[in-house]
Design a protein around this ligand. Sequence first.
Ligand code: ARG
Length: 488
Amino acid sequence: MDDDPSRKGAQGSKETTEDAAASKVADGSLPSAKLWAGRFAEPADALVERFTESVSFDRRLAQHDIKGSIAHATMLASTGVLSVADKEAIIGGLEAISKEIEAGRFEWKGTLEDVHMNIESALTERIGEAGKRLHTARSRNDQVATDIRLFLREAIDGIIAAIRRLQEVILDIAEREAQTILPGFTHLQPAQPITFGHHVMAWFEMLARDQERLVDCRRRVNRLPLGSAALAGTPHTIDREYSARLLGFEVVCENSLDAVSDRDFAIEFAAAGALIMVHLSRMSEELVMWISPAFDFVSLGDAWCTGSSIMPQKKNPDIPELVRGKSARLIGNLNTLLTLMKGQPLAYNRDNQEDKEPIFDSVDTLRDSLEIFAAMLGSLECRRSNMRKAALKGHTTATDLADYLVRKGMPFRDAHEVTGKAVRLAVESERDLADLSLDELRAFSSMIEGDVLDVLTLEGSVAARDHVGGTAPGQVRSAIARARRRLR
Ligand code: ARG
């Protein structure tokens, strides 16, 4: 392999005594065994090692790091920078290391700082000389940016799948409860009757937009930083398009300074993730209310609730409460990443090492929350008669009376006033608007006739909102059908 004509200059081929010494230094078991130790006369202080290490958390990127390295070596061999034999040794070594990591047998060394140097030094330990050639035309700066993008791309796909599973559960509930009536609220005051199917289809739409945001963000995640090297590019012959193809990236990042430094793609992900959790948090809040005996609209299976250590009667909705609570993490992580970025001059700064934990936490929290939410909603049961009773309270068909008068020719403002007076009578006589007699209603306007009674029923009210986006059961069923097609 030493006579490979493509490998000249920077990659000197003879193993000198200096090289041998460098191999020794690279031995991770020595406290100062840094891959960058050449320039330093003294080893790093133990405090510095502890403060700067990231392998305790970025080892999670290991498999992506290895994939990136295999692609890089493959590309370097295609342009002749690496010999085929070196490439094969590198790939064989990396694949073995990958298996070791998967089996939990890999020995991570904090002294080797991060996931990249742990793997590279293990590779060199395993295959010798060729391992030391892998980092040609590359820096940890473009390497780590590539790893995070690979990680995030996979995470986004998993989260999109989890959103869709939750949407399926919601569609099943909507179908079952397409004509179940409950009060719709504004200001948490009973406003107008709606169908429960319509209510949960609102959740479906929130999640549909969440998914769109992730799909959109994925396009900007899916670009290749490799080839940017430390910041300015590399003098070696590289083929970035080939690397991109090997790793499934859509395009290469256009500017090397930008590619190694900006984490805006992760910020976008964090923002999209925060919105998902804000949506789940709002749904959670509704569940918590509906489960409370004060509402008693729905119940969740025992497996999805927890008890109290002191009050034997309690069945608490801890899952929605925790999902609501965990939304704080995502909002916090978004703030962390924004703040992390804002003061950084071009190009790479070590600040960026702090991006990983918030990214990982956002991914984990989203995955867990979406998964448990779908499973929990699978156990949801409606207490239809309680929902109906609640809708009968609070004069929820008052708007229908006003709309009825408008249809008879009365201007809406006057109709609003007339209806308001009727509601006042109902309130004062401790009845609901729908319980007033025809004669009592007619005292407010002679336009009111016998057909008003249908209008004031809950069923009449929801059935009347019969247009795309309205709450009529037929519309809910069409919305579900359209939603199922969208999911396909
Ligand atoms: N652990 C570092 C990070 O997460 C890797 C890049 C280090 N680059 C450097 N020039 N020190 O960002």
